[in-house]
Design a protein around this ligand. Structure first.
Ligand code: CA
Length: 496
């Protein structure tokens, strides 16, 4: 990771289906670099079940917007050519590119097939609630538009563990496919909710099938090379055999990509599950800090009733911070989505200060928070508020961290700087009334003034002979104090 690295999730759920995202990203590359973005997480780039799909119903992993399939050559975001050009533009700016990889399931099959399956209890997927019988499922993928380019692999019912529709009767259920060595992934290799959480949606890929394992590994090598990828964001990993994912990532690294970055989405507000996962996969890859996201969400909902000292509770940053990718919101937590838990607007500046200016974790900036969310109920972006925090991350958030989490509704921390970035900062936030706190920034500032770089406070704070100052914060707000260096502020404002 680059020094004070920053990931950006460059999409939100409601983006228009205009095929323009790759072009927009290419144009935005130099600006992203200026923001301090070191890595960009792009949405799923392969052909989905329909053109307007966000990308989480993958149809053909080899079709990056190149073949006439599912009624379209381009995807929601553009063509393969535009995708590769955007990646080149990001690389030219020295940023890493992480692809969103959806390996749990496939959608939009070309044909149905007939096979034996059991219905299982949705609340306990280990419990069969019918005898096996023949169903007609959407499990045959032949990719007629691609004509065996890159791979001649065809998918059939025996490459999947389950599906959710009997086309013959139009019955909807969770069907577990019957066959030799079939059934869900072993309990210890997937999440344990609902007895066994291997099945999520669509046709669930069977990683106990050697042909599948070989094909997905082959595809991964192809994709990394074809798109010059630097990392993966692995979707829905609690539903995928964890041994397979560990092997997959190790193979990519062994194959000339020793620094290949991987972060997994294990969506569960349960620190023990995430810790177990990291341990069982030998810390092969990082995880999103889902616990911290929920702490932000609850803090934003509860206002002054939330004890800000609890932000660390059951969050990866307090246990396994080296493996934590921190975030405030994402495409799934935004309003109207499946995992809606959207951090209320008033708290976002506090949450972003927390992930951007503290030492723990690798922060991920959400497109929707920065540029806004489109759709029927659009939400304006908070670029004006986030830009100063990004500036502070690039220039001030270095060196030793001192914590002042000594009050439930007013907390703070300071960063003391390092050799290359000697100017530290003092951050303070309140979810209640206006507050203040004495914090240490360094004796070298004795007699000098600090000012609030966010612009929320207009007063100055003088540093005493012990290197401490009494820093202020407004009610329900955040302030970040730095040496009152007028030239620096002007330089920032001019650039904006
Ligand atoms: Ca699965």
């Amino acid at each position: 990771m680059a020094e004070n690295g920053l990931m950006m999730q460059y999409f939100e759920w409601n983006m228009p289906n205009d095929g323009q995202l790759w072009n927009q990203l290419k144009e935005d590359a130099s600006h992203l670099k200026e923001m301090g973005v070191s890595a960009v997480w792009l949405p799923p780039a392969y052909k989905a079940a329909s053109q307007d799909d966000v990308g989480y119903a993958p149809y053909d992993l080899y079709d990056l917007g190149e073949f006439d399939q599912k009624g379209t050559i381009r995807t929601k975001y553009g063509t393969k050519e535009e995708y590769l050009a955007a990646i080149d533009a990001l690389h030219e700016q020295g940023m890493y590119v992480y692809a969103d990889v959806v390996l749990n399931h496939k959608g939009g099959a070309d044909e149905t097939e007939r096979f034996e399956a059991y219905e299982v209890n949705p609340e306990n997927r280990q419990e069969k609630i019918s005898e096996s019988y023949e169903i007609e499922g959407w499990t045959k993928f032949t990719f007629p538009g691609r004509k065996d380019m890159y791979s001649d692999f065809k998918w059939h019912w025996y490459h999947f563990t389950g599906t959710d529709l009997d086309n013959k009767t139009e019955k909807k259920a969770i069907f577990m496919i019957k066959g030799l060595n079939k059934g869900w992934s072993d309990n210890e290799n997937v999440d344990d909710e609902f007895g066994n959480y291997d099945y999520l949606m669509y046709a669930d890929v069977d990683y106990a099938n050697p042909e599948v394992v070989e094909e997905i590994k082959k595809w991964s090598q192809w994709y990394v090379k074809e798109a010059k990828l630097d990392g993966f964001r692995l979707d829905a990993i609690k539903h995928i055999d964890r041994n397979f994912l560990e092997d997959l990532v190790n193979e990519i690294r062994e194959n000339n990509h020793p620094d290949f970055f991987v972060v997994g989405e294990y969506w569960k507000n349960n620190i023990q599950s995430l810790k177990d996962y990291l341990e069982q996969t030998d810390y092969t890859f990082d995880l999103f800090d889902v616990g911290l996201h929920f702490n932000f969400y609850f803090a934003s909902e509860q206002g002054i009733d939330y004890d800000l000292r609890n932000l660390f509770d059951d969050a990866m940053i307090s246990k396994k911070s080296v493996h934590a990718v921190t975030f405030v919101d994402n495409h799934d937590s935004q309003p109207g989505q499946a995992l809606e838990s959207y951090v209320d607007e008033w708290f976002k500046p506090l949450a972003y200060a927390f992930i951007l200016l503290r030492v723990e974790g690798f922060p991920c900036l959400f497109y929707g928070d920065y540029y806004g969310i489109s759709g029927e109920k659009p939400i304006e972006g908070m670029q004006d508020i986030i830009d100063p925090l990004l500036y502070l991350r690039r220039n001030h958030a270095y060196g030793e961290q001192k914590n002042y989490f000594d009050h439930g509704s007013c907390v703070g921390w300071t960063r003391l700087g390092d050799e290359e970035h000697p100017y530290g900062l003092a951050a303070i936030m309140s979810n209640g009334e206006e507050g203040f706190k004495e914090m240490y920034v360094g004796e070298q500032y004795a007699g000098q003034n600090f000012a609030d770089f966010t612009g929320n406070r207009e007063n100055k704070v003088e540093i005493d002979e012990n290197g401490c100052g009494w820093f202020n914060v407004n009610a329900g707000s955040v302030s970040v104090w730095v040496l009152d260096d007028i030239t620096e502020q002007q330089a920032f404002q001019e650039k904006e």
